[in-house]
Write a protein that binds this ligand. Structure first.
Ligand code: DQA
Length: 154
């Protein structure tokens, strides 16, 4: 079911961790040539198809991401998060997500399981409704689909 026009839900919060501001120039053989601004535009369009708005954020700082996750508890209908390197060691992000009673989708552009062993551990996955890795930046749009489906919109 699609909503016709009405923006009735709270927005989806899309949160990006360290170094994702460099998307497009950072190791394009792994992360591609798409910029984070391109990702934002695609995510907004996908969310719009469900009548959902998007709050799109990126920070290189762990504490900032914790603050945004806490904010999402009352201001978001769901979270799409690429915690980047923090995925692999942040207990603080794990604990913040634990308090979120909403769909949470963890996204990785690359297939972290085909890469270095330290990327095979995620402190975020135990708190995630779904995990998408290796789909490239399309993973963000798929994550919006998952949030929408979990909200009964898909
Ligand atoms: C990443 C994978 C992480 O291991 C890495 O530290 C990133 C990006 C990804 O999207 O593939 O910064 O989360």
């Amino acid at each position: 079911m699609r909503l016709n026009g009405g923006m009735s839900e709270l927005p989806i919060h899309v949160l990006n961790g360290p170094n994702l501001n460099t998307l497009g120039t950072r190791k394009p053989e792994i992360y591609g040539h798409t910029t984070l601004a391109d990702v934002e535009a695609d995510v907004r369009a996908r969310a719009q198809s469900y009548g959902l708005e998007v709050v799109f954020e990126q920070s290189n700082w762990e504490g900032q991401l914790v603050d945004w996750i806490q904010r999402a508890r009352t201001e978001a209908c769901g979270i799409v998060i690429n915690p980047a390197a923090l995925t692999h060691y942040s207990v603080a992000i794990h604990d913040a997500l634990e308090m979120c009673e909403m769909p949470v989708v963890e996204v990785h552009i690359s297939n972290v399981h085909r890469r270095e062993a330290f990327r095979h551990t995620s402190f975020v996955s135990p708190q995630a409704t779904a995990v998408i890795a290796g789909a490239g930046v399309l993973g963000y749009e798929l994550a919006v689909d998952v949030v929408a489906r979990n909200l009964g919109l898909g």
